[in-house]
Design a binder for this molecule. Structure first.
Ligand code: NAP
Length: 238
């Protein structure tokens, strides 16, 4: 039996792909997107790939109409698509700033705005935003990225306060350093330097994130909202 409809932005690789696979293998109907045509290696019958740029409101409107006609509007929305464009602030180009904010923060706004209406109507919904430890502690070279993720955290808390009465929870997961394409630019010395500051002594695996996302989407997390949950091996402690 299908347990629910899930929408994962940025599902062609990395964390989003792993989240999509977890849900699809656990009997959810999953729609996953990326800017390019893609398909997942595993032949998952519950997974539908869609080409969609989260910065394009036209793409999102077309996708909404398609999913509505297929009765696949999500009750679980995972805002995962994200990019970096690292540069020290003095050298940061306007495009580095605009593209990162537009994708990571405005992209989340665009998808949530369109898909939340059906959740409100059904009085049932989960929105899970993939933030970053960078938005909580800052990181040199990431003024744009940290701002976008910090903005996501404010988005999460404010929206959680607005829609709690409609039985919709809104939470963020803040990964630390996870092994994906996004962190593949780090050479072995840079990795060792990072690991020195991680009490659990390793980079995270994509499964580490998916398990927390699955929990937040489940009934077990029905009384958790407006939270920023760090999954970073202890890199940041409050
Ligand atoms: N890896 C880490 O250490 C880490 C740490 C903290 C937070 N995060 C966050 O976790 C999320 C996933 O990161 P990741 O490491 O899995 O990155 P990744 O491997 O680079 O994958 C990013 C995904 O987002 C998609 N994407 C990018 N821009 C998009 C757009 N405008 N519209 C639609 N899809 C788009 C990409 O597909 P296309 O390029 O084909 O569009 C891809 O599927 C991001 O929000 C990232 O900021 C990652």
């Amino acid at each position: 039996m299908i347990k629910g409809n899930v929408f994962v932005s940025g599902a062609s690789r990395g964390i989003g792909k792993n989240i999509a696979i977890h849900f699809a293998k656990n009997n959810y109907k999953v729609v996953g997107t990326s800017r390019n045509e893609f398909k997942l290696d595993d032949d998952l019958e519950n997974f539908i790939p869609i080409k969609l740029d989260v910065t394009s409101r036209d793409d999102i409107k077309n996708c909404f109409n398609k999913l509505k006609s297929l009765d696949l509007l999500p009750n679980i929305l995972i805002n995962n698509a994200g990019i970096t464009s690292d540069q020290i602030f003095l050298r940061m180009k306007d495009d580095d700033w605009d593209n990162v904010i537009e994708t990571n923060l405005t992209g989340t706004y665009n998808l949530s705005k369109v898909f939340i209406k059906n959740m409100v109507k059904n009085r049932n919904g989960r929105i899970i935003n993939i933030s970053s430890v960078s938005g909580l502690m800052g990181n040199p070279g990431q003024v744009n990225y940290a701002s976008s993720k910090s903005g996501l955290n404010g988005f999460t808390k404010s929206l959680a306060k607005e829609v709690g009465s409609r039985n919709i929870t809104v939470n963020s997961v803040a990964p630390g350093f996870i092994d994906t394409d996004m962190t593949s630019f780090l050479d072995s010395q840079a990795r060792l330097d990072v690991i020195k500051n991680i009490p659990l002594g390793r980079f995270g695996h994509v499964d580490d994130i998916s398990k927390v996302v699955m929990f937040l989407a489940s009934d077990n997390a029905s009384y958790i909202t407006g939270q920023i949950i760090s999954v970073d091996g202890g890199l940041l402690m409050y």
